[in-house]
Design a protein around this ligand. Structure first.
Ligand code: IMP
Ligand code: MG
Length: 182
């Protein structure tokens, strides 16, 4: 279940705009260009991390100009909460990664647990190479177990929503990125 309409509207009204829709689109184009330059000859399997990467993936794929395969995994570390918890797998990586160059797409690199775990799983299933692209990298000053190969935007260490990312289940559909006011 998600929040009420009133609560969702109230959250948005009191939020701070961090990146406008135009700024997000500019970042998306930059990431697409970098991926096109690096992966064009690799026929990668692109794995989208549901649900947060749904908008990033949906808008990035049409900007990629080489043949690729597409699949998804579904893992949740936040649920409806605002702090990360244990990782919950809903759909795990599977056999089709074997022998492939894999490019994982996620919305945010935060502590890095999600991407680091995915890298380990995908490589242990026999992928030949692992790449990751994230729309945004959270700057919190702590050491991360993994760095993304392609990064669109930098974010402060705040809870954000919009452009695929939810707040209490709502607002994945916003074209821009917002932060809850502290
Ligand atoms: P990590 O494992 O700490 O790197 O967390 C990454 C995952 O947490 C991403 O897949 C995001 O979906 C989610 N996440 C991290 N920070 C936020 C946030 O501020 N808003 C919404 N989701 C977030
Ligand atoms: Mg996520």
């Amino acid at each position: 279940m998600t929040v009420s309409i009133q609560r969702a509207n109230d959250i948005l009204q009191h939020a701070e705009l961090l990146y406008s829709a135009q700024q997000v689109q500019d970042a998306l184009r930059k990431v697409a260009q970098q991926i096109n330059a690096r992966l064009a000859d690799t026929h990668p399997l692109v794995l989208s991390v549901m649900g947060g990467a749904v908008v990033f993936s949906g808008q990035l794929l049409p900007l990629l100009d080489f043949p690729l395969d597409f699949d998804y995994v579904h893992v949740s570390r936040y649920g409806d909460a605002r702090r990360g918890g244990a990782m919950q797998w809903k759909v795990e990586p599977r056999e089709n990664v074997r022998g492939r160059v894999v490019l994982v797409l996620d919305d945010i690199l935060d502590e890095g647990q999600t991407l680091a775990t995915l890298r380990e799983r995908v490589l242990s299933l026999g992928a030949s190479k692992f790449y990751s692209a994230v729309l945004a990298d959270k700057q919190h000053g702590r050491k991360k177990p993994i760095h993304a190969d392609f990064v669109g935007l930098e974010l402060p260490d705040r809870f954000v929503f919009g452009y695929g990312m939810d707040i209490e289940g709502a607002w994945r559909n916003l074209p821009a990125i917002y932060a809850v006011k502290n």
